[in-house]
Design a protein around this ligand. Structure first.
Ligand SMILES: [Cu+2]
Length: 281
């Protein structure tokens, strides 16, 4: 009894203290839950923290979350409006790439989210930087720094010219973690209007024929061709993966008149389309 009498208040106090500490941690940590920091980009006023799931950027699609820390107060900014501009500096020219807007994440206070599709990787002499322009309480700020965009191990983005002489960029967005099942598949399709403008292409169609070249080029049942979604401005379909390994996702791109702009059907004589993406898992 004595033990309980003297130690119970201590135990309760410890539990309360550790609980309240945990609460503080949860408030801070939850907004970037499951994310790893890629880098910090600073000017004299703010540090922009850049996060992805993997902690790095890569050629192709990148889902990116950021938050802005005030260097003076160390508080995260909750009321910024912000735009971003990725730029590749090449020997002969500069160009940007397809991207979404950067928007405040619903239900969160300090984080903003969007995506960037880097169609080219860096190399020894050419690379990317990322500029943020943001406004807080009516004051405009800018910050820029180099970013690292290494080559993707598989073809997750492709640039090509259609039979309409338009240059397109096509990128795999989902599945990010493919499984042996019928996966939701999402791709982004963009027109290279010029080096600075990559608008989403609307209302085209993309046929899908996944194959395993290492196993007699077999396909899989219950795939669904990709159709345009006006809300996401992306193309969605179903990708059936019947086993792990390397899959070539053979594609054909059709315009609104069902004219084939790029790609060929896979047949006995033609083992692959010239328009394809890859994955391995
Ligand atoms: Cu480039």
């Amino acid at each position: 009894m004595k033990l309980i009498k003297y130690f119970l208040p201590v135990v309760i106090a410890i539990v309360l203290i550790s609980c309240s500490n945990n609460d503080d941690d949860i408030v801070t940590v939850n907004e970037i839950e499951d994310l790893l920091k890629v880098q910090e980009i600073s000017n004299e006023n703010h540090t922009i923290e850049v996060f992805t799931k993997s902690g790095s950027l890569v050629q192709g699609f990148n889902n990116i979350t950021i938050r802005i820390k005030d260097i003076q107060t160390l508080e995260f900014v909750e009321n910024a409006s912000i735009t971003w501009k990725p730029m590749m500096h090449m020997m002969a020219m500069m160009h940007t790439c397809p991207k979404s807007a950067l928007v405040k994440v619903a239900g969160k206070e300090t984080v903003y989210n969007g995506f960037i599709i880097f169609q080219m990787p860096e190399n020894e002499t050419e690379g990317w930087d990322l500029t943020f322009n943001y406004t807080i309480n009516g004051v405009d700020y800018e910050v820029v720094d180099n970013i690292s965009v290494p080559q993707a191990p598989k073809r997750t983005v492709t640039t090509f010219t259609g039979t309409d002489d338009v240059k397109y960029i096509l990128a795999l967005i989902d599945p990010q973690s493919p499984e042996v099942k019928i996966n939701d598949m999402v791709v982004g399709l963009y027109k290279m209007e010029n080096m600075m403008s990559f608008p989403a292409v609307e209302n085209y169609k993309i046929s899908l024929d996944p194959r395993m070249p290492s196993m007699g080029n077999h396909s899989s049942p219950n795939n669904e061709n990709l159709v345009y979604n006006a809300i996401s401005k992306l193309y969605a379909g179903k990708l059936s993966l019947t086993m792990t390994g390397y899959w070539k996702l053979n594609l054909m791109l059709m315009n609104q008149n069902d004219e084939i702009l790029k790609g060929e059907a896979v047949t006995e004589e033609n083992e692959a389309s010239s328009l394809f993406l890859e994955l391995e898992f």
